[in-house]
Ligand binder design. Sequence first.
Ligand code: HEM
Length: 325
Amino acid sequence: MPVDPGLIKDVMVKDFHCFNDRGFYCNEKHDPLSAHLLNLNGDKWKKMRSKLTSAFTPLKVKSMFDSVLACTTQLLTSLEEYASSKKVFDADEVMVRFTTDVISSCGFGFKSNCELKKYGDEIMRPPIIKIMLLVLAEMNQNLAKRLGITRTTSNARSFFLNVISRTIEHREKVGATRKDFLQILLDLKNEGQSLTTREITAQALLFFVAGFETSASTLTFCLYELAKHPAIQKRLREEIKNVLNTHSHVSYEAVAEMTYLNQVIEEALRKYPPAGVVARRCLDDYQVPESNLIIKRGTKTLLLPKKHIGVNSPIQILGPAPKGR
Ligand code: HEM
């Protein structure tokens, strides 16, 4: 487990060609929705990644800002109600509702609903039996594929496949377009990129599951730290007021000027990283620079920045290659 920032940089950048797999279990046959960017490996990941890179340009993200803003109305109403009732409330639950709204709107162009949250939760918090099967699947991926072990439940799969294919059909039928992630994928398909409805649904699903919980936990921890540090809260409020005084309304540009806000969010991410480790699988025997250590081909490697755990040991390498790879 490399924890040294220099070595992490080597693995992620300079020597990326030796580590461009995460090595996660993916079962395209029984679970086509597991074949998204996070789980795809090797050439399949590279091809999908290069197709999707254009989906994340700052301009495209900016074009979704109004949709994000629209979701804050409901959030503000809820927060005002909680503030006036002075009752304790579950901030994480409120933030999850907000980020689910944002991702459903920016991702698929529809309002979030109970079913979306239900199946999102089902994927993010699977029952214990599913977790055990998935641990097994990570340990012996070939056997898991033969047994047909899936990451998503059949209900969640049919729900997402149905909802996305109906939305695609509707847009194609009436010629409607929207400024959302699904539209970016449809445009890529219409421009001649080979993307099936299943592939589109898998990437859209990743966008949803990768986005709502990570962002909600970041916001929740920001609120927690701000509640504990009133002086920081006061300084942040002043910055927001000052910036908004020079803009007619809350806009992408105005938020980009809020440097202290950015620092507050980055500090929350540092203290409470929603994804504390980054996984890589070594594709070739790798000589760790300036040491006699070799990371063997096939070894699953977890990258963990030292600052997150305060570990001083330079490098520890855990675990042999998983069976069946
Ligand atoms: C605080 C919020 C977030 C955190 C901490 C976070 C963290 C991460 C991490 C650690 C990875 C793996 C990186 C790697 O292996 O190199 C990742 C991948 C990914 N995340 Fe996020 N994420 C966040 C929000 C989002 C949002 C909002 C979206 C989309 C709406 C998103 C979409 C993705 C995608 C598509 C990938 C796969 C990228 C690839 O394979 O090239 N994430 N994220």
